[in-house]
Design a protein around this ligand. Structure first.
Ligand SMILES: [Zn+2]
Length: 288
């Protein structure tokens, strides 16, 4: 090797060293946030810059009985702040909370009030998520920004949409919406199943059929992964509307107002079905 090559090699080595030092410094300065499921990432995007935010599960996954892969565990290990759904929604994470107490685990269910329903889907509770957002901003050492104001405005829109429809009875496919139902004082009459991975039981189906036959049900909210034809087969000729609602907000992108938009869209879609303005779904079972 001649002297010129040696010199080049030394320079290259120095550059590599300084690059890796700055990479370590960058990851020290900027806390890495991992949101375990999509709706939590929608909230986190209000305060976490895109380059510091990762999401553990794919957007469409409702975390019932999810099994972590080794690559998921690596992601957990690399995060400084982990925003998660709590032990009821994500039991597979409780072991890691104990294993890595030095990480900042923000459990959204810890912000629930004592009079809230006990239901794993705490991300559908606006007060829970507003308190979570403040706590996340504090953990990042930044301001919560105008999130609470944006959420207040969304709240007013949601009220205007849903308040006139409080009496309208509806069914949901799986029992995801209890927080949303109780905060908006809605008339949820039943669900096909508690867990989307369990098939509806015969007794449940018979109760639901009774409600449909007596004309109490205006609308059925099914969800991604459930066939509208199957639900239509169940309702038969009864004038019940069908609409797909997604408790994970999988179609909504990670923009700063993603969570308020998710809640407003949920209300808008539900209102279209409950108010009967969505005439297509009555006949075709389409998305409306
Ligand atoms: Zn669920």
């Amino acid at each position: 090797m001649n002297r010129v090559t040696m010199k080049k090699l030394r320079i290259l080595l120095l550059i590599t060293l300084s690059l890796s030092v700055s990479a370590v410094q960058a990851s020290d300065d900027k806390l890495q946030v991992l949101a375990t499921i999509h709706p939590l990432a929608l909230l986190a995007a209000s305060v976490v810059p895109a380059e510091q935010l990762q999401v553990l599960l794919p957007p469409t996954i409702d975390p019932h009985h999810f099994a972590l892969k080794p690559s998921d565990i690596d992601q957990l290990q690399e995060a400084d702040i982990i925003l998660w759904g709590g032990p009821l929604a994500e039991p597979y994470l409780t072991g890691f909370v104990r294993r890595w107490p030095e990480k900042n685990w923000i459990d959204i269910s810890s912000f629930a009030s004592a009079d809230q329903p006990v239901n794993a889907h705490y991300w559908l509770s606006v007060p829970v998520m507003t308190a979570t957002q403040e706590s996340l901003a504090e953990a990042l050492g930044s301001s919560a920004g105008d999130f609470a104001d944006t959420m207040d405005k969304a709240r007013q829109q949601i009220d205007a949409l849903l308040t006139p429809l409080r009496e309208r009875g509806f069914l949901v496919y799986h029992r995801a919406y209890d927080h949303w139902v109780s905060e908006n004082h809605l008339n949820q009459l039943g669900s096909f199943t508690i867990n989307p991975e369990q098939k509806p039981g015969l007794k449940t189906l018979s109760t639901l059929r009774g409600l449909i036959q007596e004309g109490s049900v205006t609308c059925i909210f099914y969800e991604p992964g459930v066939s509208a034809e199957m639900i239509r087969g169940f309702t038969g000729d009864h004038p019940v509307r069908l609409l797909e609602l997604d408790p994970m907000g999988a179609d909504i992108s990670l923009i700063p107002d993603g969570y308020p938009y998710f809640m407003t869209e949920l209300a808008r879609r539900a209102a279209s079905c409950l108010s009967g303005t969505d005439t297509t779904s009555l006949h075709t079972g389409g998305k409306g």
